[in-house]
Design a protein around this ligand. Structure first.
Ligand code: NAP
Length: 289
């Protein structure tokens, strides 16, 4: 298929690469052109200087930028993808954003007879690089059937969860799970170190039992070593929690632990850790000692 990919960040660069390796004709756009130039050096494909230009003639346009505002800019504003897309094509948003903006963009796209899917992902940088992301999708069956085989290039699981906005709501559930879990994992590593146990040995054992989790398997070692200069940034998690807490105010869900962990991440930001991995909640505990 002819596809366009807008936003070659930590996630998008690798995802667009998988589309190219999967045999699709890929046209990329990135705000900082140097990244688009590196991408075409590394993969088959071409780059454009505006989102609208990249989207011209595409059957599917993928977007993966930072937040609601960035998304609105590259989709709806001047030179945004909606200016380049044609009736019958589908716009897929992989940004972690609000359900409200998903519905807003879907309505604008519908006026132009363009399909829209909100499709945030989970699996992090490694998931994007290895092509094993989990994709949570909101939208209609026809758009999903068209896009799903193409998203297969970088995914291990793709699910249509309901109408537009459902993908973003599912991603909020995902982030609620991770927040409390990472605080518990940080307290556990902290306790293991304070108790004089060999922390690595402890986690090598317990990761295979009932306490095991993706975060424990993939993060305990780096947490023990105090390495946080990689992974999913605290700044991004605070953006996600702000979306979650805003949605919870609307739907009445009570999220006391999520609200508290959000404040702990504000502490990590105040320590200068905005770009650190979210497992840096441990650093905050160690700083308090
Ligand atoms: P990133 O590395 O910071 O990349 C963001 C991308 O968006 C860059 O290409 C950036 O362009 C572009 N961008 C931002 N604002 C823009 C604007 N106003 N106009 C045009 N382009 C703009 O972020 P990422 O880690 O790839 O994350 C992207 C999204 O995926 C976020 O919503 C994040 O929450 C979500 N996500 C990330 C992970 C992860 O582990 N990293 C995991 C799951 C979900 P420039 O290069 O010019 O800055």
């Amino acid at each position: 298929m002819n596809v366009a990919f807008i936003g070659l960040g930590v996630m998008g660069y690798a995802m667009a690469g998988h589309l190219s390796k999967g045999g699709h004709q890929v046209n990329v756009y990135n705000r900082t052109t140097a990244k688009a130039e590196s991408w075409v050096d590394e993969y088959e494909g071409q780059f454009s200087l505006t989102p609208a230009e990249a989207a011209k003639g595409a059957d599917i346009v993928f977007v993966c930028v930072g937040n609601d505002q960035d998304l609105n800019q590259v989709v709806c504003e001047a030179n945004g993808v909606l200016e380049g897309m044609v009736a019958g094509s589908v716009l897929v948003d992989h940004t972690t954003a609000s359900a409200d903006i998903a519905r807003h963009i879907a309505a604008k796209a519908a006026e132009l007879e363009i399909g829209f899917l909100d499709a945030p992902v989970s699996g992090g940088q490694a998931g994007a690089e290895n092509g094993v992301l989990s994709v949570m999708v909101g939208g209609d069956d026809a758009s999903f059937s068209k896009v799903s085989p193409v998203m297969d290039c970088y995914s291990k699981s793709i699910s249509l969860l309901g109408p537009v906005g459902s993908g973003q709501l599912a991603k909020m559930v995902n982030q609620i799970c991770i927040g409390g879990l990472l605080q518990s994992l940080s307290e556990a590593v902290h306790f293991a170190k304070c108790s004089g146990l060999d922390a690595e040995q402890v986690f090598d054992v317990i990761q295979h039992g009932a306490a095991g989790s993706w975060q424990m398997v993939n993060r305990h070692q780096t947490m023990i070593e105090g390495q946080y200069d990689f992974g999913f940034a605290v700044d991004w998690m605070r953006k996600d929690f702000s979306i979650v807490l805003d949605e919870a105010r609307k739907n009445g869900a009570r999220l006391p632990v999520t609200a508290m962990v959000d404040q702990f991440y504000a502490d990590v930001q105040a320590m200068g850790g905005g770009r650190m991995d979210t497992s840096s909640l441990l650093k905050r505990l160690e700083n308090d000692k």
